[in-house]
Design a protein around this ligand. Structure first.
Ligand code: FAD
Length: 461
C-alpha cells in the first residue's frame, strides 16, 4: 500500500494522521521542527509547567470535548475561573467586561457594565439593534461591518475591537463573521444581534465559552503522539517540505548539511531541489499551498512575555486576593503597549497549585517587548505595584502565524490557514478532511502491488 504523507505535526497534522491511520492508511508524518505540536507547546518556567501557546479551547459545538473523550482525556477537562476578563479602555481606566457578551458584543447594550466602557451615547446607539429588522447587516462579510451596522461605531471600536484584537490579533474589520459561528443564524431568528449573543451564551455548556486541560493543553499533543506511536506511525523530525504535489513532496535541502551544493547569492529565493517522497499528500503546514487568489499568505508575529512573581510578596498577595478576572484586554491608543494580559495562575486552578503561592501572568504583544516593559504594563493593567525584586522569572516566546486563505483546489489541506484559528476549528476541520479522504483507494493498493517502486523513496538527480 502506498504511504500517505502528512506534512506538519501541529495539532491539525496529528489529528488528520490519527484519523487516516484508523481508516486503514499507512501514514508517515513529516515535521520541519525537532518537535511536534506546533502552536501547542509546554514550557517549564521557574519549575512551573505552562502552556506557551494555546492554553484553552472553545466549547462551542462540543467538537473538542467529544474528541478529548475519544482520546480518554474527558476527566482532565477543566473550566477556567468563572469571572469576566477586564478591559483597559481608551480612557485609561480598567473595568470588568460586560458579564454576558460574545467577543465583546453585548447582550444588553444599556447595561451599566456596557455604559462604563463605551459611554451612554454609544450604548443608546447600540439599542437601535433592537429596532432594526433581522436581515440588516446579516449579509456583512466581516464581523466589524456586522457590529457597526447593528450597534454602531462606539460599541465596535471601544468594546468589540479590543476584545477581538486580544483574542485574534486582528481588528473585527479584518475578520469574517464566521469567527462567531451561529451569530448570523441567531440574528435572523431573534431579529436582534444582542439577543443572538444572549442565545449563544445560554447555549454554551456550563456558561463557559472555553475550557482547558488539567495539566495544560500540551497533554493533547502527548496523547496524540502516544496514539500514533501505538499505531506504528513514524514521525520524521527536522524534515522541511519545500514543494507539494498530489502524489509526492520535495524536501528542502538543509544548506548547512554536508554534501549540499554550494549556493550563491543569486540562489537566495530559489528553493533547492531535494529528496522526493512519494505517496498521497495531505498538507497540515502553513505556507505550503498556494492561495487560490495567487497572493502570498501573510505572516504575523505574536510576542509573549511570561512573568512569575515571588510567593509571599505584597504583589503576590494583592494579585491572589483581587484578581482582575482571568486577565485584561487592552484597547488601542492607551498608555499600554501589550494587547492582552492573562492572569494564568488565577485563570487555571492547576497552574495555581503548581505555582505554590507564586503568581503567573502572561502578556502578548505585536512587537517584542523587554521584560521591563512587560513588568510596567502588568502593573498598570493589574493595578498593583510589581517591584523588579518581586519578579523571579521572565520568559519570552515568539510565534509566527500564517494568515487564513482560500486554498487552490487539488491537494487536501487542513490547519488554521484553511479552517480558521483556534483548536475547535482546527480539530473539526482535520477530522472532517480525514472523513472526506476516506479509506485508501483500492487502485492505490493495486498500484503498489504492480509497481514495487511506488512507495519507495528516491533521491532526485
Ligand atoms: C500564543 C498563542 C495562543 C493561542 N491560544 C489559543 C487558545 O487559547 N485557544 C485556541 O483554540 N487556539 C489558540 N491559539 C491558536 C491555536 O494554537 C492554533 O490555531 C492551532 O494550534 C493551529 O494548529 P495547526 O496544526 O493548524 O498549525 P501549527 O500549530 O502552526 O502547526 C503547523 C506545523 O507544521 C510544521 N511545518 C510548517 N512548515 C512546514 C514545512 N514546510 N515542512 C514540514 N513541516 C512544516 C510546523 O513546524 C508546525 O509543527 C493560540 C495560538 C498562539 C500562537
Amino acid at each position: 500500500m502506498r504511504e500517505t504523507l502528512v506534512v506538519g505535526a501541529g495539532i491539525a497534522g496529528l489529528v488528520v494522521a490519527r484519523e487516516l491511520v484508523l481508516q486503514g492508511h499507512r501514514v508517515r508524518v513529516l515535521e520541519a521542527e525537532p518537535r511536534a505540536g506546533g502552536q501547542l507547546l509546554q514550557k517549564t518556567i521557574a519549575g512551573i509547567p505552562l502552556d506557551a501557546g494555546a492554553e484553552a479551547f472553545a466549547t462551542r459545538g462540543g467538537t473538542v470535548r467529544a474528541y478529548l473523550e475519544r482520546l480518554g482525556l474527558a476527566d482532565r477537562v477543566v473550566a477556567p475561573l468563572d469571572a469576566p476578563a477586564w478591559l483597559h479602555a481608551r480612557t485609561g481606566t480598567t473595568v470588568p467586561l460586560p458579564a454576558v457578551s460574545l467577543l465583546g458584543i453585548p447582550s444588553a447594550p444599556l447595561a451599566e457594565d456596557v455604559v462604563a466602557v463605551v459611554g451612554r451615547k454609544a450604548a443608546w446607539r447600540g439599542m437601535t439593534d433592537a429596532l432594526l429588522p433581522g436581515p440588516v447587516g446579516a449579509k456583512s462579510t466581516t464581523l466589524g461591518e456586522l457590529v457597526r451596522r447593528r450597534m454602531g461605531d462606539g460599541i465596535l471600536e471601544r468594546l468589540v475591537a479590543p476584545v477581538v484584537e486580544g483574542i485574534h490579533s486582528k481588528h473585527p474589520d479584518d475578520l469574517p463573521v464566521s469567527v462567531a459561528p451561529g451569530l448570523v443564524h441567531h440574528l435572523l431568528r431573534e431579529n436582534s444581534l444582542a439577543r443572538a449573543v444572549a442565545r449563544l451564551r445560554t447555549d454554551a455548556p456550563a456558561g463557559s465559552l472555553v475550557a482547558g486541560l488539567d495539566g495544560g493543553m500540551g497533554m493533547l499533543v502527548d496523547t496524540l503522539l502516544a496514539e500514533l506511536d501505538r499505531y506504528g506511525v513514524p514521525i520524521e523530525y527536522g524534515v522541511r517540505v519545500a514543494e507539494v504535489h498530489a502524489d509526492r513532496v520535495v524536501l528542502a535541502v538543509d544548506p548547512d548539511a554536508a554534501g549540499a551544493p554550494a549556493r550563491t547569492d543569486a540562489d537566495e529565493d530559489v528553493e533547492p531541489e531535494g529528496e522526493i517522497r512519494e505517496g498521497l499528500v495531505v498538507v497540515a503546514a502553513p505556507g505550503l499551498v498556494t492561495p487560490a487568489d495567487g497572493r502570498a499568505a501573510t505572516r504575523t508575529a505574536t510576542h509573549l512575555m511570561t512573568l512569575v512573581i515571588e510567593a509571599g510578596t505584597d504583589t503576590a498577595r494583592a494579585l491572589a486576593e483581587n484578581p482582575r478576572g482571568t486577565g485584561v484586554l487592552v484597547a488601542r491608543g492607551t498608555d499600554v503597549t501589550a494587547r492582552a494580559l492573562t492572569h494564568v495562575s488565577a485563570k487555571w486552578a492547576w497552574v495555581r497549585e503548581a505555582a505554590a503561592g507564586r503568581e503567573v501572568v502572561r502578556l502578548s504583544y505585536e512587537s517584542a517587548p523587554t521584560a521591563e516593559t512587560a513588568r510596567r504594563d502588568a502593573e498598570l493593567l493589574l493595578g498593583v505595584s510589581i517591584p523588579e525584586t518581586a519578579v523571579v522569572a521572565t520568559e519570552a516566546t515568539t510565534w509566527l502565524r500564517a494568515g487564513r486563505f482560500e486554498a487552490a483546489p487539488g491537494i487536501p489541506i487542513t490547519g488554521e490557514q484553511v479552517s480558521g484559528t483556534g483548536l475547535a476549528s482546527v480539530i473539526d476541520h482535520a477530522h472532517r478532511l480525514a472523513e472526506i479522504i476516506g479509506p485508501p483507494a483500492p487502485e492505490a493498493e493495486a498500484d503498489s502491488r504492480t509497481d514495487p517502486e511506488a512507495s519507495t523513496e528516491r533521491t532526485a538527480s
